[in-house]
Design a protein around this ligand. Structure first.
Ligand code: 5GP
Length: 191
């Protein structure tokens, strides 16, 4: 019998390389990971597809999903923009005999860990320092100086929550952070 699929939660402040790390580890066939597709009320970005990157919803549809108890957690990650994890994703991926990877914000990560306990491993990806994070956001060039200041301020709060995660990975060198994350997942799913 195959073991019941486990839940891997990855959270990080914006600009810490979380998406890059997830996109790499998901390719490792030994980890048998499948990405949980979240629901969101934000607009699709260029190149994003409904049902692949997110389930894009109106605010009314999202409210209905909450009322119908279809989300295991949800957060207003940015003002007016809601994100949530559909219960059906956990079942869909488990039925395929695979482990579930959740890319969710820090508060959502803490909530899912509290809900699933030992069935879940929560990993916090941390920047080497706040200054390094500010530098990365500047180099990325996608945000205005005001937006960068906001993200940096939020990051300070998020980092203060990192002790609530099972494990912390510092993303100083990307290749090292990817290997560390893979090793943590490997030992968790084999335990
Ligand atoms: P983005 O809009 O850049 O795709 O995502 C913004 C933030 O929302 C990211 O930190 C991402 O991890 C988070 N997020 C995505 N899906 C969920 C979800 O289902 N629940 C929560 N709480 N956060 C999510």
């Amino acid at each position: 019998m195959t073991a019941r699929g486990k839940i891997i939660i990855i959270s990080a402040p914006s600009g810490c390389g979380k998406s890059t790390i997830i996109n790499e580890i998901i390719k490792n066939p030994d980890l048998r990971l499948e990405f949980s597709i979240s629901a969101t009320t934000r607009e699709p970005r260029r190149g994003e597809t409904n049902g692949v990157n997110y389930y894009f919803m109106s605010v009314d549809e999202f409210k209905k999903a909450i009322a119908d108890d279809m989300l295991i957690e949800y957060e207003e990650v940015y003002p007016g923009r809601f994100y949530g994890t559909p219960r059906s994703e956990i079942d869909r991926i488990r039925n395929r005999g695979r482990n579930i990877i959740l890319d969710i914000d820090v508060m959502g990560g803490i909530n899912v860990k509290n809900k699933f306990g030992n069935e879940a491993l929560s990993i916090f990806i941390k920047p080497p320092s706040i200054d390094a994070l500010r530098q990365r956001l500047n180099d990325r060039g996608t945000d205005s100086p005001e937006a960068i200041a906001q993200r940096v301020e939020k990051a300070g709060f998020e980092i203060s929550q990192s002790g609530k995660f099972d494990k912390i990975v510092i993303n100083d060198r990307l290749d090292v952070a990817i290997r560390e994350t893979e090793d943590l997942i490997k030992s968790f799913i084999n335990s």
